[in-house]
Design a protein. Structure first.
Length: 148
C-alpha cells in the first residue's frame, strides 16, 4: 500500500470545496490514515515548496499557501500517488481534463485547489513534514477486502 500527502489548499477552503475533494478521493477507494487542519507558517511552506526556491513564483506560492488554513491528509491505497495525481488533473485547470478535480473545480494555475505528492519518495518526505508517526493510523476496512 502506498501513502501520499494531499493538501487541500486555501482556495478550496475559502470556496467550501474541501468536502467534495476529499469525497472524490475516498470514493475512489483511498483510505484516510491521517488528517488535520492547520495554518502553514512561512518556514513550513518554504520547506514544503523547496523544490521551487529561486523560481519567479516561489514567494507568491508561499504567500498564497500561508494565507488561509489548509487541510493536510495522508491517503493510503494501491498506487495512491499515481491515482491521486490523475484525479487532480493538470496543474493548470485550463488544461486539466473534465472529470478531474482541477478540471471541474479549479479556476487558474494559482488557484488549483489541491496538492498531491508527485512520487513515492516525495510522499514520504512530505508526510514527515506534516505528521508525526503517532498521528498516522493503520486500520482495516471491510471495503479493502474487495478492492485489494
Amino acid at each position: 500500500m502506498e501513502r501520499s500527502l494531499v493538501l487541500i489548499k486555501p482556495d478550496a477552503i475559502q470556496r467550501g470545496l474541501a468536502g467534495e475533494i476529499i469525497s472524490r478521493l475516498e470514493k475512489k477507494g483511498l483510505t484516510i490514515v491521517a488528517m488535520k487542519m492547520l495554518y502553514m507558517d512561512k518556514n513550513l511552506a518554504q520547506r514544503h515548496y523547496a523544490i521551487h526556491k529561486g523560481k519567479a513564483f516561489f514567494n507568491d506560492l508561499v504567500s498564497f499557501i500561508t494565507s488561509s488554513p489548509v487541510i493536510a491528509i495522508v491517503f493510503q491505497g494501491k498506487n495512491a500517488v499515481e491515482m491521486i495525481r490523475r484525479m487532480m488533473g493538470e496543474t493548470d485547470p485550463a488544461r486539466a481534463q473534465p472529470g478531474s478535480i482541477r478540471g471541474d473545480l479549479g479556476i487558474d494555475i494559482g488557484h488549483n485547489l489541491i496538492h498531491g505528492s508527485d512520487s513515492i519518495e516525495n510522499a514520504s518526505k512530505e508526510i514527515d513534514l506534516f505528521f508525526s508517526k503517532e498521528e498516522i493510523f493503520s486500520y482495516d476496512r471491510e471495503l479493502d477486502r474487495w478492492i485489494y
